[in-house]
Design a protein around this ligand. Structure first.
Ligand code: UD1
Ligand code: MG
Length: 460
């Protein structure tokens, strides 16, 4: 197999985004724009990729720094055109590269299947260059593809340089190419900028190839939507919608039910088991893993979490960096802040907030409670209105509640404090000292009833 390397053009700022952030780093469905074409190229079989970076290159480098793929960078300090960008990339191609797959960082919809098919056609044809093309009823703005009688490509003419007759051509340059490396290395050195935009056009290498009697062919993409680039925020939203549609479709095909897939927002990298039902308005982000047979209620927001089989997340709940074991029930309207591990069959009910807690099997906090920095055993009942007072204004302190404790309603646990196993905390108690096992803890001001008080007040 010939060694295939990708060159991804991503040096431009993308001024039409009207953003402080460089265009290719705007996120779509959980990954920056440039991550999509790069991933598609690797999935299509490239061995390495060179990213041509310029504006905010540190941000692009930062993103790929954590990846395990072979990605390197070529700096194009000044954006002098696509041909110049590729010229900058050539010295960075890995040794032994035979074929270069060139693509743009702002076309997130290109699929690995399309790229792979194009590479195959290129290798089988023996062409020096294969350019991906698409047919548009309105080709405005794109480079037009000129062809000879034998159907081979003879030139690409940019909109601004084209004659009226050339502008009528509907087959456009998608900006994706397979090119013989040795030819390309020489050709990009010979480019000039004698054109309407005074740029070094990559497309001009075609004229050189034709002049040398080499074969240039086209590969027409089946779905022209794949090549649409993102230039502004309208196209960003539209492309993100399409990417989410693909993610949702894949999940549904693998056995996930979505009540209304158009209203479900799931990031790349999320996995969901079969027979899980996702209701409308749900957002799931990060490397979240959801098991089988779960129900994710309307408006739930789940990020970077693990949720075990058979769990039910009711409407409006927010779960951040949580680890939920099997058959856990959350919500409605519960908030799990980062660092919570809930064992099997735990129940966290309405208007409960938790943070950095471990809660043992079958324990419950069903209503209106705050549990933070706490270790809670198995079979514990936390009554309505319980608060772990974990913060003294300076430091956070820990609360420990051992197995089978019953905490009545409206209890404050002033941390650091420990409640021994099988104890009962009476409703309304403020726990300030440790409770031994098998005890009753009660702290209440004795109630006083003043009979007739209201009548006397009323008479003055
Ligand atoms: C280019 C093609 C055009 C094609 C279109 C498809 C040329 C001369 N024209 O035009 O035929 O129809 O793409 O979308 O190639 N970039 C750099 N450095 C530069 C210039 C561009 O990195 O100096 C990057 C941009 O960030 C962008 C990509 O290359 O990701 C394409 O550049 P752009 O200016 O959008 O090219 P088009 O004019 O659209
Ligand atoms: Mg463009």
């Amino acid at each position: 197999m010939a060694k295939l390397s990708a060159v991804v053009l991503a040096a431009g700022m993308g001024t039409r985004m009207k953003s402080a952030l460089v265009k290719v780093m705007h996120p779509l469905a959980g990954a920056p724009m440039i991550a999509w074409p790069v991933a598609a190229a690797f999935e299509a079989g490239v061995d390495a990729a060179v990213l041509v970076v310029g504006h905010q290159q540190e941000k692009v480098r930062g993103y790929f720094a954590q990846g395990e793929k072979e990605v390197s960078f070529a700096v194009q300090a000044e954006q002098l055109g696509t041909g110049h960008a590729v010229r900058c990339a050539m010295p960075h191609l890995s040794a032994g590269t035979d074929t270069v797959l060139i693509l743009c960082g702002d076309t997130p919809l290109l699929t690995a299947a399309t790229l792979g098919a194009m590479v195959k056609v290129h290798e089988a044809s023996g062409a020096t260059l294969t350019v991906m093309t698409a047919r548009f009823a309105n080709p405005f703005g794109y480079g037009r593809v000129l062809k000879g009688d034998d159907g081979s490509v003879t030139a690409i003419v940019e909109e601004k340089d084209a004659s009226d007759e050339e502008r009528r051509i509907q087959e456009v340059n998608a900006g994706v190419y397979c090119v013989d490396r040795a030819f390309l290395a020489e050709a990009v050195e010979k480019l000039d900028a004698n054109n309407a935009q005074a740029e070094y056009y990559l497309t001009d290498v075609i004229k050189q190839a034709v002049g040398q009697g080499r074969k240039c062919l086209s590969y027409t993409v089946a779905d022209p939507a794949e090549i649409s680039g993102v230039n502004d925020r309208v196209q960003l939203a539209e492309s993100a919608r399409i990417l989410r549609g693909r993610i949702n479709r894949e999940l549904m095909v693998s056995g996930v039910t979505m009540i209304d897939p158009a209203a479900v927002y799931i990031d790349r990298g999320v996995t969901i088991g079969r027979d899980t039902v996702i209701h409308p308005g749900v957002t799931i982000t990060g490397q979240t893993v959801i098991g089988e047979g779960c129900e994710i209620g309307q408006g739930a927001v789940i990020s970077a979490s693990r949720i075990g089989d058979g769990s039910v997340i009711k409407a409006g709940s927010v779960i951040e960096e949580g680890h939920l074991h099997e058959e856990v029930q959350i919500g409605p309207m519960a908030h799990l802040r980062p660092g919570c591990e809930l064992m099997a069959k735990v129940k966290i009910g309405n208007f409960v907030e938790t943070k950095k807690i471990v809660m043992g099997k079958g324990s419950k906090a069903s209503h209106l409670t705050y549990l933070g920095d706490a270790t809670i055993g198995t079979g514990v009942n936390i009554g309505c209105g319980t608060i772990t007072c974990n913060y003294d204004g300076v430091k956070k302190h820990h609360t420990t509640i051992e197995d089978d404790v019953f905490v009545g309603s409206d209890v404050q646990l002033v941390a650091p404090v420990k409640v021994g196993r099988n104890s009962l905390i009476a409703a309304g108690t403020t726990v300030t000292i440790d409770v031994p096992p098998d005890s009753l803890a009660i702290s209440r001001t004795p109630q006083v009833n003043k009979e007739g008080w209201k009548l006397r007040k009323g008479k003055g």
